[in-house]
Design a protein around this ligand. Sequence first.
Ligand code: NAD
Length: 521
Amino acid sequence: HRALKKVALNQGHRLSRSYSAASIPTTKLFINGQFVESKATEWIDLHNPATNEVVTRVPKATQSEMEDAVASAKDAFKSWSKTSILTRQQIMFKYQNIIKANMKELAKNITHEQGKTLVDAEGDVLRGLQVVEHCCSIPSLQLGETLSGIAKDMDTLSYRIPLGVCAGVCPFNFPAMIPLWMYPVALTCGNTFVIKPSERDPGACMMLVEMLMEAGAPKGVVNVIHGQHEAVNFICDSPDIRAISFVGSDQAGKYIYERGSKNGKRVQSNMGAKNHGVIMPDANKEQTLNQLVGAAFGAAGQRCMALTTAVFVGEARNWLPDLVDRASKLKVNAGHEPDADLGPVISPQSKDRICSLVESGVKDGAKLLLDGRNIVVPGYEKGNFVGPTILTDVQPNMKCYTEEIFGPVLVTLSVDTLDDAIHLINSNPYGNGTAIFTANGATARKFTQEIDVGQVGVNVPIPVPLPMFSFTGSRGSFLGDANFYGKAGINFYTQLKTVTQMWREQDATDTKAHVAMPVMR
Ligand code: NAD
């Protein structure tokens, strides 16, 4: 069972409690099937968010290293794009098996570098694994179309063919899932890939590409570079990269979309969010409160689909004390501690930003019903912890409402009617996700029909579709034409080629050439 063996812990992106400065391991590049020590002159220290100890140093790859990565992907494309689709399918079958067998190792790495709880980290891997599993259907997913007899003796066939070298730029909050949204889909369609994981937690991506090699992918089909703005600029400008997948903040997403598009590349850009949950007075109370608390504070609120904004309709506002009570019972601790419900946020800067947005809400007149800003976690006093925080009486013009907080903070508003709630949500620039909690089918149907948000839940707080569908954030949360994974993902990573062919018996009497455009006969 070679394919199921645990991937060896030897690449400098593994777990370790503490290091002396001289022995801090480095995160490697992955170029042409090899882990490569970077010759970078600039390095980024990666800190464990629960302790702020340095875990690894991440290089800002040099220009020539990034060029090597693209050259390797370009070279690999020549043969990879010609492998049979069944070969690529078989690699995905093996790959999903290896990821499953290494789920706990991956989760440990995620908790160590990113901070989320171990259970949540396994969920991070699982949601990416599901994309790999879906890629196992590639022979059906990549089918083209045919039409025979479009003219006399003439047929047309369309093929979905790969683009060439594609690239991905990833955020910190799902270090396994988001890389897995990208290269498995691109690869099974016959492309090769250069990926830049988040410089804040690249370890899971490094483990995942190692597992891909273990599954039988040839060298060069996926290459990993590290860095920040320069690496992103390189990806946007490299003439050999045909398409860019981006997931992250608005600022970076708009920039990459513009710069990549100007250079003639396809770009899909998933960005920030402000997801509203509408609570109707007829909702199942206990279930709704549990779901709100889980979706607002899980992963310390660092999910693009976190339910960060609760809109209570009418009498439902009376549930606030129960909501506060439930949220206050959550246990904040280092992610690897078994009792942790939520771990730290990614960095001290992020904590400061979250706390200052909460403060701005208070100054603007919101009421702080639960304040997690001054929490101290015994044994992890240096960690970036923020406890569950709830602001109420929030108004749409307040900064705590208009900005994405990306921390364990739930802002709540009250409105009188469902129409008011719909108007509020449709007036918000973001369109990532929303949910309604109700026991009334007609109310739910009205909401799903009238709401202008790409992913809608009915009694489902985080309505992220499984990979047979696509991740369909809309409006301010997305730039591009084709969404991630599902049919849209296949469309993104392929272009259509149509072949029109005529096969006619020889006819010695047919001696006149026709020069006019063909007309229907
Ligand atoms: P980020 O934009 O800071 O970083 C994402 C990537 O972009 C990183 O690889 C980073 O190196 C690069 N980058 C950062 N700033 C850049 C700049 N100015 N120019 C060029 N490149 C830059 O995002 P993050 O903090 O890692 O992730 C959190 C954000 O991602 C949140 O806004 C969240 O909503 C969003 N997100 C969205 C989705 C989605 O599917 N819509 C999913 C996950 C996260």
